[in-house]
Design a binder for this molecule. Structure first.
Ligand code: SAH
Length: 347
């Protein structure tokens, strides 16, 4: 076993240079070693439970122009939609019946659901489903807006940092978006009391071992309750259309590292992973992930919420096929549970 892997297993943290070395040392054998350690740690905290979250894509209207994203403002081929409040509540109802006890509202930024309208939606969902957790994934807001949403009853907030290297950040985003503000948002969310999720794409354009090492160091220091990591996948109507997709094996390797450095983290095996590889979700679970987020959006919204080419939303990816997903997860020795699935307290 290499020195850096021994040290990671022993100390559960590394210096930035050591993370870089660890990434360069990727091999199928090393991936197995880290996956074994990650699975052991997860087992000791969460047993063989896999938590499910019902993902509701509430709209694809967006004022931002992130260069990788299919719903960016400049994409004129994107057929824009916004769900109504009734649509969203009926998705929750459907999800509740299917057994979901966490709903995740995700969407573009600056559309219909902002300010008081969004707070009112949050209150209505929490009133109707007081035993459910509500996660928001609606991008950058002011501290006051986050506080209002927390007060309205939202429990968790997902905001991937995308890359912890500011130079890299500026190559993925327009000048109006900065790493500094992204970080301000993340620290505000945590400080307000949200269970907070950061995360990044694997294999995004211009990513290097050095920028990935920064992502790992940031994640280790931030100690998020959740962390979303998935491969970059090009979208045909974005400036990054000709860049290659990220690597499934590297994504799984990094999932294992994240589990080791943040033992309690709720770590999804993402849709992007499932899109790139037939058994992507299973591979993610076997690498240390413990969350899956099936799609609860109405059928026609699913086609329009195209963040990248061929994004999956049917089969085991869709909430209605939960039984199929349950079987697949059972087949690898795990169990889908319907609990809220909050992050375990740090010991
Ligand atoms: N506006 C919200 C939600 C964005 S979509 C926000 O900024 O948080 C959720 C995540 O999808 C993003 O954080 C990004 O990491 C991921 N994503 C977007 N485009 C992608 C692509 N082309 N390939 C892979 N993941 C992508």
């Amino acid at each position: 076993m290499s020195e850096v892997i021994k040290k990671l297993i022993r100390e559960r943290k590394l210096s930035e240079d050591e993370y870089e070395l660890l990434i360069k040392e990727y091999s199928p054998e090393n991936a197995d070693l880290l996956a074994q350690e990650a699975v052991k740690i997860r087992k000791s905290i969460y047993g063989n439970k896999v938590y499910i979250r019902g993902l509701i894509e509430i709209g694809n209207v967006c004022k931002n122009d992130c260069l990788y994203c299919g719903i960016r403002k400049s994409n004129k081929n994107c057929d824009r939609y916004t769900l109504s409040e009734e649509d969203i509540l009926s998705c929750c109802k459907n999800g509740y019946t299917l057994g979901f006890r966490t709903f995740v509202l995700q969407g573009g930024e600056g559309g219909h659901f902002t300010g008081e309208r969004l707070c009112s939606l949050v209150r209505k969902i929490k009133e109707a489903y007081p035993d459910c957790a509500l996660t928001l994934s609606l991008g950058e807001k002011t501290r006051e807006e986050y506080e209002a949403l927390y007060k309205a009853g939202a429990d968790r907030y997902l905001l991937r940092h995308e890359t912890a290297d500011s130079e890299h950040y500026s190559r993925l985003h327009p000048p109006s978006l900065t790493l500094e503000n992204r970080m301000r948002c993340l620290y505000d969310l945590k400080d307000i009391g949200f269970q907070t999720g950061c995360g990044f794409m694997v294999g995004s354009p211009f990513q290097t071992e050095s920028t990935l090492a920064k992502d790992l160091k940031f994640t280790e220091i931030f100690q998020p309750e959740m962390c979303g990591i998935g491969p970059f996948i090009p979208h045909k109507d974005t400036p990054f259309r000709d860049f290659p997709a990220g690597n499934v094996n590297m994504t799984c390797y990094l999932l294992s590292v994240i589990r080791i450095i943040c033992p309690q983290v709720l770590l999804p095996a993402t849709t992007a992973l499932g899109t790139l590889s037939e058994n992507g979700r299973e591979k993610g679970i076997l690498s240390g992930a413990n969350v899956i987020m099936p799609n609860l959006s109405p059928e026609d919204a699913r086609e329009k919420y195209m963040l990248y080419n061929n994004k999956l939303s049917s089969g085991a990816e869709s909430a209605e096929k939960l039984h199929e997903l349950k079987k697949r997860i059972q087949n690898i020795g795990y169990e889908i549970v319907c609990a809220r699935g909050d992050a375990e307290r740090k010991r």
